[in-house]
Design a protein. Structure first.
Lengths: 363, 363
């Protein structure tokens, strides 16, 4: 597989008792965890973490929990503004804090997603003028980044800025502001607010647009001296696995900015593929999207190739898979999970588990 | 048609003789020219302007000249670096100065195209390191913009920066530099050199990419305080007329930066259309692309609609059509001219002539 030398460090360890080196003793050296962030969303476990479930739902959640921590060490929690604060001034802070604490207590890092995005922005913004919307956006960021500092120190600060000012599916506050002030000032506003609220935070620019448009945005943002800590590259692959060549070419294009890369929102389906002519994945709505045996075998194979490729690239420091189990919560109802809707593991889970928990370099 | 109020100004004129107003005299008021720049390339007339033709070629060029000045008032001249300076230090300045003078003496403004571009960059750049290439680029700009100041005060300063650093069809100097330093610094380098050489110059950013990528580039450039005087929007329509809706939507997206727009490199074919699956138009190479009666009728109709749409938009201050006559010199051999290869006018010529030379508002 791809050389993993960039993931390996040498260390000389002296085992002591009362400060005296121990000779002729058996020592067990075992890997406990990874510096690499194997992430997944934690959306499905928020209710469980808050003790809101009962009966069989608890057992199901316990199975999910076991599988989640069986492979992953980095949780993304949802801060979609209209759901987080449906009524102005009444944010869902308590439940999200409990969920974040629940993950951190079990050893996982947590990322918040997102602080600013044109999708899932609250409708109540539409009653404000642009200056007021911008003010509400900054206030929301300041509040939430402060409230979670120490518990969540990684944020997808702003999502999909490339399309933000020209997004025309429906009217929304962030698009109005971004169209008026421009992308770079919008990014600056969001980053400045988040940085001030938590100077230790790792702040990401995150986008699904892998074209020269995202490059151009990044270059404008960096040239404006906005300190981006990492770049998020979304990679929903409902229309098929990108393959190693495209993945590496994409990584190389974005790695040239010298920033760490989070491969975010990555998914591989274990059923039929979405037809290639669909441009906006949201346009593909079908009543049931089944996970199939052939699809699961393909998914497992591609998952191993995908993770080997990403971990093999020196710029990638995190992968955030977008879903643990199939089911009602999955975006577009797509069977992208590592578990089936009933909670049983697909071959992809077993494959990734072996890869992550044995040794990634195959030794 | 679209209201042309933004093209019309009212003036009170007093006709005097020896400073005394003349009463009861007949006065002829006629439009002599347009403030609007109806542009076309002047590539085909450079040899003629330099007295390099003889025999029937002279007669052909005279016909082209007559037709060119019958409609157009703004010439684009070629400064493709590898043709302009095939041997380092031996630029084709004299011939281009003569051509520029020839156009200006006949009342046309002149634009130079382009000062920096990854295509048609000289091969001799490849022997230099990146710092040397950048230095050669600046030197070339300083020299040429200075040499032509007063004669050419409008420049497509940099062409197709969106794709410049990732252009991978062949190795070239500007791509190497742009990939290393980034798009915004590349634009700054070119604009700074051109501005210093001719502070009165109108400097354009010009691109064929009408997507959010060009928007993102522009926003980064403007945020970096690089003074762009006008935006060039390329519009080769070999795959079909955009139509009013797309044209206006595109104009509105780029008009929001408050800069004048030059609709550059615009073309409409009078033959069959290039198949829609072609992504890079350069990939479509056929031995002969005929102008047909049906195609010419369609081209004339679309030409009128296209010019009415553009002149009707308040941000557009120039249209640069990309070719006068069909023939060997036409890009891709496409029949995009207003004249056939034999120099006879197509219906599109008559239609545009009527539009430009009668009155654009139909009065």
């Amino acid at each position: 597989m791809t050389a993993l030398n960039h993931r390996i460090a040498h260390a000389t360890v002296t085992v002591t008792a009362e400060r005296t080196p121990l000779a002729h003793q058996r020592v067990v050296v075992a890997q406990r965890s990874h510096a690499f962030r194997f992430g997944n969303i934690g959306f499905e476990l928020i209710e469980f973490a808050n003790g809101e479930l009962s009966g069989t739902a608890v057992e199901h959640a316990q199975r999910l929990t076991e599988h989640w921590f069986g492979v992953f060490n980095f949780a993304t929690l949802p801060f979609y503004w209209d759901r987080f604060e449906p009524v102005p001034g009444q944010p869902d802070t308590r439940r999200l804090r409990q969920a974040a604490r629940w993950f951190t207590e079990r050893g996982a890092g947590v990322k918040g997603h997102p602080l600013a995005w044109h999708t899932l922005a609250p409708a109540w913004l539409l009653e404000l003028d642009n200056a007021q919307i911008a003010k509400a956006q900054v206030k929301r960021i300041t509040r939430d980044v402060s409230d979670f500092a120490g518990l969540i120190d990684v944020w997808d600060a702003i999502n999909e800025v490339v399309i933000m000012p020209v997004f025309d599916k429906y009217d929304n506050g962030p698009t109005r502001v971004c169209r008026e002030i421009g992308r770079v000032p919008m990014v600056r506003m969001v980053f400045d607010a988040a940085r001030a609220a938590n100077p230790r935070a790792t702040l990401l620019l995150n986008d699904f647009d892998m074209s020269v448009a995202y490059e151009s945005l990044i270059e404008g943002v960096l040239e404006a001296d906005i300190a981006v800590d990492a770049l998020g590259l979304q990679s929903h692959m409902h229309q098929g696995y990108w393959g190693e060549e495209k993945t590496l070419a994409t990584l190389d294009r974005f790695a040239r900015y010298g920033l760490p890369i989070h491969f975010t929102e990555t998914t591989l389906v274990s059923g039929h593929l979405m037809p290639p002519e669909i441009v906006d994945l949201n346009d593909y709505q079908i009543p049931h999207w089944a996970s199939t045996p052939e699809g699961e075998a393909r998914q497992a194979d591609e998952m191993v190739r995908h993770y080997r490729t990403l971990v093999g690239h020196p710029s990638v420091e995190a992968i955030t898979y977008w879903g643990l189990a199939d089911g009602a919560g999955a975006w577009l109802g797509a069977p992208v999970g590592f578990l089936r809707a009933d909670g049983t593991p697909k071959p992809s889970y077993e494959a990734l588990h072996a890869l992550v928990k044995s040794s990634l370099d195959g030794a």
